[in-house]
Design a protein around this ligand. Sequence first.
Ligand code: SAJ
Length: 416
Amino acid sequence: MAKICILGLGYIGFPTGLLLASHGHEVVGVDVNKAVVETLQKGKLHIVEPGLDELFASAKDSFSASTEVCDADVFLIAVPTPFDKETRLSDLSYVKSAAEMIVPHLKAGNLVILESTVSPCASEKVVIPILEKSGIKAGEFLYSHCPERAIPGKTLYEMEYNDRIVGGIDETSCEVTRDIYKSYVKGDIHLTDTNTAEFVKLTENTFRDVNIAFANELAKVAEDYGVNVWKVIELANKHPRVNILSPGPGVGGHCIAVDPWFLTENTQNAELILKSRTINDTMPNFVMMHVRKMISGIENPVITVLGVAYKADIDDCRETPATKFIKMAVNEGYTVKIHDPFAKQYVYPVCANLDEACEGSDCVVLITDHAVFKEIEPSMLKVRTKQLFDSRNFLDHAKWEDAGFGVRILGYPHRA
Ligand code: SAJ
């Protein structure tokens, strides 16, 4: 069993640290944010994720939080890699400073694992040279990239049951890393080299982005033919080798909307991937085109946006397509009222109350498919004009139509 120092106590580093601590390792979790460390030292949690409370309780004897890196057998970097919107490049500053913090503690025989997502070859070109400032050469210390692949909302389950990719600089690095993860991972652990592991992680999210872009393009094409894209995708997916994802108002979150940029930042040869990014990034414009038609002729139109989180039943608004849609609506001079029961911190004011957000509205626009929205009673809403645009084909449309609403759905032939 090893002494493991984890750098970064966010949505990945913290649960990973607890899993390792509850499987026999001694774990010191390090975060530069003092407030996070103090919260944990008081026995409280700083993030919400199903199952985390129980795990924290069961791991607390082997887990401690600190703002300082200490000597250890294994250093695991799980800090964020932000996306720099201006240059569309990965921002490796947190990864670099985590590596710098390890340098004074690094000894021959130690293992450094990078879990943070990075652009291809970043370990070789950026992270390892920093670690070598310790005077110890790669090979004398062990190194691997083991990308995190758990989906928010199901993080603990997926951390335990997903397969893992371990990309080591040599065979020993691969094997020692595998043994660490084997303590709690029930999925298979696949060994490869570092550059491949970095590429694999980005490929997974890029695959999803391209697939969603295909679904979004199909939605637009289906509208031109007056065909229901949702039925088309449902039936096409009955084929054993077809699996098309769902169209929607665009792709959000800090992974799928970002990783294709990381994958393509050092190549001139990406076309499909970048085109897919454009298709997904312009879906809010497409939703706006529909909404604009629905409210044309109405003086001083008021729009209600249902949901601003980037996906269902979470509070995370990073890269959400809702923001572009709302900005366009505001630019056009519409009054925009927003309701989201989860989102607490958002760039625009959010009404906690649905009735208030719908009062006087000329078009209710569903952006995020939060499960609670299914329970809305449309007949109770005090709107000015009864219109609904559903960008996810999510609501019970018959119920809204029975309440007198004109309903339009993305990728669906107009009924009126
Ligand atoms: N979306 C669609 N249509 C779909 C599915 C998703 O429009 O059919 C949209 C969602 O509404 C959301 C966005 O795509 O705005 C991304 O959501 P997601 O649930 O597909 O993915 P993330 O970003 O929450 O998590 C992904 C996962 N990657 C894959 O499934 C390949 C997760 O496993 C990764 O660990 C995570 O990125 C990450 O951290 O990289």
